[in-house]
Design a protein around this ligand. Structure first.
Ligand code: ADP
Ligand code: ASP
Ligand code: MG
Length: 436
């Protein structure tokens, strides 16, 4: 059994849904995880946003546009009146539900309910379409098995028990269709696994059913060696190990949700990144590959803030770093990168929501300087320290760009450098020229 996840662009139009329906036909009983159609989750976020601001007409108008789009997709997708009317009934029900939410009061729970509707609609349409084509597909409602615990982590035991029961009840299915992204939280409310979280759903499901492989189907032929949105002539990386993939995903390679790597890694299940628009392309396979002494790719993480805490008393003052870290913990702000010297420490964060209070507290331990609007550029590969020269090449590539801080040696897999966001694209281009 494999788990195949298709992202928003892969199911973004009626034609794409038909194409995916052809791709997923196989003799083994695979589980297909779908995102919402491209743009839908963004529109649902917009609707929830209008509602949170008390702008009900704004929410309604945006919803009407979305409804129209879905009606058109249904008209294009289905040939038989039976399938058409079944799909229309499901989509109408979803829109009536959102409409009722939009008429009520805003709350975080309502927000999550609204955001969940995209995946519920894409999967319903795919299931009905497959049935219309004579394929025995079975819809597995993610809200019946996907759940997070009190820490917001997937409750693997719960997921395993519930999902296996559902699979057992449907032994004669040819293919299973399920929603990515959505789940219940620890108190049983509808929730989600954060934006882009369908990849994470696929990995959790793959780990639970001990899949032969987890396939992430998207709009590009695998993990490229640099960000194709900013750099021309990037090329796909054939193989990565789990650690390299995790570093790239965390440091900005949008093709993969950062949390997606861990469940697959722990269960030792290969993850293959494939292109829906070019299904024959090799793509990228992520597995427990041995070190190969190669630099694989470059990525960049936006919206980074560097905070320097300089203390005249760090010299021989044990406990200084402890106090600094404790302060970050108190303000629920996690640290991405860090560099230390005898007189100070600089760390980076990507969440500024507690910045003012955090800085205020840090001033108890030293002089604090904040550099905002920075990015981390990250070179990833087999960078075990005996592999000579890689860090020199990476630093040399940025010789004309001001570098705020450098981190190397924290793992065997990355060299990270903090630069101004305005220098990002130039830095990515120079790294590509120097390294590949
Ligand atoms: P999906 O909707 O299928 O989940 P995403 O938009 O989340 O797709 O991810 C695919 C996109 O990731 C690509 O279209 C590409 O622009 C972007 N991307 C960023 N960095 C990389 C990279 N290193 N390799 C491949 N794609 C990347
Ligand atoms: N539909 C969700 C989003 O746009 C989840 C996903 O696509 O992975 O974030
Ligand atoms: Mg994605």
């Amino acid at each position: 059994m494999k788990v195949l996840k298709f992202g928003g662009t892969s199911v973004g139009t009626a034609d794409r849904i038909k194409h995916v329906a052809r791709l997923i036909q196989s003799d083994s009983q695979n589980i297909v995880v779908l995102s919402a159609m491209a743009g839908t989750t963004n529109t649902l976020v917009e609707i929830a946003d209008y509602l949170s601001k008390g702008n009900t007409p704004g929410a309604q108008e945006t919803l009407n546009h979305l409804n129209l789009k879905y009606n058109n997709v249904i008209d294009e997708l289905f040939d038989t009146p039976g399938a058409h009317s079944r799909a229309k009934a499901v989509i109408d029900e979803r829109f009536s539900y959102i409409r009722a939410l939009v008429r009520g009061e805003y709350s975080l729970a309502v927000n999550k309910e609204i955001l969940a509707q995209g995946e519920l609609m894409s999967t319903a349409m795919m299931d009905i379409y497959l049935n219309e084509q004579g394929v025995k597909s079975v819809l597995l409602p993610a809200l019946d098995y996907m759940r997070t615990d009190a820490n917001g982590e997937p409750d693997m035991k719960y997921v395993s028990t519930r999902l296996k029961r559902l699979l057992d009840l449907n032994r004669d299915a040819e293919v299973f269709i399920t929603q990515g992204y959505i789940c219940l939280n620890a108190v049983g409310e509808v929730d989600n696994l954060k934006r882009g979280g369908s990849d994470y759903s696929a990995s959790i499901i793959g780990a639970v059913v001990d899949a032969d492989e987890i396939e992430i189907w998207t709009d590009i032929d695998g993990m490229h060696n640099n960000d194709p949105r900013y750099v021309d002539n990037t090329s796909p990386v054939g193989e990565l190990n789990f650690e390299e993939a995790a570093e790239l995903a965390y440091f900005g390679a949008k093709i993969l949700h950062p949390n997606c790597v861990l469940p697959a890694k722990l269960a030792n299940i290969p993850v293959r990144l494939l292109n829906t628009l070019d299904p024959k392309a090799r793509g990228t396979v992520i597995y427990n590959m041995p070190p190969d002494g190669k630099i694989k790719a470059v990525a960049a993480k936006d919206n980074v803030t560097a905070i320097k805490i300089k203390s005249g008393r760090m010299l021989l003052a044990y406990g200084f770093l402890h106090k600094v870290f404790e302060t970050f913990e108190k303000h629920q702000t996690s640290i991405d990168m860090m560099a230390t010297s005898e007189v100070g420490v600089t760390v980076t964060i990507d969440d500024e929501s507690h910045l003012a209070a955090l800085v205020d507290d840090l001033k108890n331990f030293g002089t604090v300087t904040v550099d905002r609007d920075m990015v981390i550029v990250c070179v990833v590969g087999d960078l075990e320290w005996h592999n000579c020269g890689f860090e020199a090449q990476a630093v040399a590539a940025l010789k004309d760009i001001p570098v705020r801080m450098i981190s190397y040696g924290g793992s065997n897999y990355n060299i990270s450098m903090v630069i101004r966001s305005g220098d990002k694209i130039e830095a990515l281009k120079r790294l590509s020229s120097a390294l590949f």
